[in-house]
Ligand binder design. Structure first.
Ligand code: PHB
Length: 569
């Protein structure tokens, strides 16, 4: 095993100890295509440029990534024909890719649509876990948002853009709010000039080329198109960057849209002094002027940033873990046998390589990536070369090991990070209802605990099926749903079976749904006419089916809520 850097997982640049770009000084710095040495080896060419694709790149993996990005940019749902248009791929290719992604649990086929599924968030989770910044700093960002009653976010630099890794959002009528994983053009944001203080000449050149190629920011779907503004001439960004370098903070005075203002301060690596992320307070001109951002919000932001930097200094990194081998090879072989031509093994295997990274494995050598996935070195190597080409992984100059880049968040994270428990539950309830031919529902306890409220419902085609509308409230003590939700940690209840007192002939079976900490946050049930199933049948046939559905739902909830808040209703 190589020497893992023990303090640099969240050094997003992977650069050495100097706070200025040590381009020529560091031996072993990778040469980008074209021979321009960059300090941090992030110069993988954009996949939109068809040139320079390495021979070893895995075509099906590149096409699978293109499908995931197409779906992400469309907000999470597209028909196969819209996917054909979005990616330029043939229909048969789109169909095989979506069948493979569906088998992996990364998309769902919902009627005629292809829909991103919560499990896909495991890719972004791998990046955010390896980065460690959200788990170390999110609580301080959230506390600042509470204290100021303004939105607070954390962003990392992503080439000439910025990408959000945390959002503590105050929902307000009057502004955009960005999602974790959204990419913004650096020059239209407050954190952008701070990151640009560390840009190399090549970075500035890439930025200029992008501005020329995409003057309206069409390639940044998260922001409204740029409008020409005499207030913000093209050279404004260089001036703002010079000012950010002098002052150590930066501002966004309505660069994205009228009314939206933000102030930002950099969080620096305790050892290298380089910017690991930027903390932002976001407000509206109805509450704060540029002047009051500086005088009122900036001092509080700076206190929080100082505390964040102390946390980074004082929190040791977990020791790297030897990867535990998986049975991926068995799984993909079985899937191939079952689905035949419709299952693209190289895509499935390649995608799994991204999930091998994590908090205790922020960097992987080729050997480790192979061990962690159960793939051969040759297969892992080709997947990593493909990802490096797509800008999804980079090599750390010091160790030559691979690490994920913020761009991994472009694989589904922004739309999926806005999900809710009822939306996560719906396909599981429908699947369950169609298996057992009884109505399935999800409910939560109301604040008083006196009532339950239905939050998602799936009915069956039966004439006599139980049909309760979303939003319905019932007394919790008289329902199986309520009983499992009122159970205490001292007396937990794995299930409840009740002949409902509410309505004669109604029988219901409920199990709790737990959050990541094991706390029951909702309950799922099956409701039927008592004549349809005896008590015994309920326990021997329906309960296992309900449990299987509940476990699948919980798994999705845990994946989705790793780094985002998932509302329960
Ligand atoms: C945000 O977090 O929504 C945000 C941050 C910085 C900006 C604009 C918006 O410049």
């Amino acid at each position: 095993m190589p020497a893992h850097p023990t303090t640099e997982a969240y050094d997003t640049t992977g650069a050495g100890p100097s706070p200025t770009p040590p381009r020529a000084a560091r031996p072993g710095a990778a040469a980008a295509p074209g021979g321009t040495a960059r300090p941090d080896d992030t110069a993988a060419p954009d996949e939109t440029a068809a040139v320079d694709t390495p021979d070893e790149a895995v075509g099906p993996l590149m096409r699978g990534v293109a499908v995931l990005r197409g779906l992400t940019e469309a907000g999470g749902t597209l028909s196969p024909s819209a996917l054909e248009r979005a990616t330029g791929l043939a229909r048969s290719t789109v169909d095989r890719i979506t069948a493979t992604l569906a088998r992996m649990g990364y998309v769902r086929l919902d009627g005629r649509d292809v829909v991103l599924a919560p499990r896909l968030m495991e890719l972004g989770n791998a990046y955010l876990s390896a980065l460690r910044l959200p788990s170390l700093l999110a609580a301080r960002a959230d506390a600042l948002a509470d204290e100021l009653d303004e939105s607070v976010s954390l962003a990392v630099g992503d080439r000439d853009g910025i990408r959000f890794i945390h959002q503590a959002t105050r929902r307000r009528a009057m502004s955009l709010s960005f999602r974790i994983g959204d990419l913004l053009p650096a020059e239209r944001t407050a954190p952008g000039p701070l990151f640009a203080t560390e840009w190399t000449d090549e970075d500035w050149q890439a930025w200029r080329e992008r501005r020329t190629a995409d003057p309206d920011d069409r390639n940044f779907p998260a922001v409204p198109p740029r409008k020409p503004s005499p207030a913000h001439p093209a050279d404004d960004f260089e001036r703002r960057t010079a000012r950010a370098a002098r002052e150590g903070w930066a501002m966004d005075d309505q660069l994205i849209e009228p009314g939206l203002v933000a102030v930002s301060a950099p969080v620096r690596h305790p050892a290298t002094g380089r910017i690991v992320c930027v903390a932002n307070v976001v407000s509206h001109t109805s509450r704060h002027s540029a002047q009051s951002l500086r005088t009122v919000l900036l001092p509080r932001l700076r206190e929080t940033v100082a505390a964040m930097e102390r946390d980074l200094r004082d929190t040791p990194h977990p020791p790297p873990q030897a990867p535990s081998p998986t049975d991926l090879a068995t799984w993909t072989t079985a899937s191939k046998q079952e689905l035949g031509r419709d299952f693209i093994e190289s895509l499935a295997r390649g995608l799994t390589v991204l999930t091998a990274f994590g908090e205790d494995r922020p960097e992987l050598t080729l050997t480790e990536a192979a061990a962690a996935t159960g793939l051969t070195r040759a297969t892992a190597r080709r997947a990593l070369i493909t990802y490096e080409h797509l800008g999804l992984v980079r090599r750390t100059p010091a160790t030559r090991a691979f690490a994920l880049t913020p761009r991994v968040l472009s694989l589904g994270f922004p739309p999926l990070s806005r999900t809710t428990l009822p939306r996560i539950a719906q396909p599981h309830l429908e699947d369950l209802a169609s298996r057992v031919h009884e109505s399935a529902s999800l409910a939560i306890l109301t604040a008083s605990g006196e009532e339950i409220q239905y939050t998602a419902v799936a009915t069956t085609g039966r004439i006599m099926s139980v049909n309760i509308a979303v939003g319905t409230r019932l007394p919790s003590r008289r329902t199986a749903l309520g009983k499992v939700l009122l159970a205490t940690p001292e007396e937990p209840l794995p299930y409840a079976l009740m002949d409902e007192e509410l309505e004669e002939g109604l029988r219901t079976l409920a199990v709790p749904i737990h959050d990541r900490t094991g706390h029951p946050v909702a309950a799922a049930n099956l409701a039927m006419h008592a004549a349809a199933h005896t008590h015994d049948e309920c326990l021997t046939t329906l309960l296992p089916a309900l449990r299987t559905a509940a476990t699948a739902l919980e798994t999705d909830l845990h994946t989705a809520s790793h780094f985002t808040h998932v509302p329960l209703s």
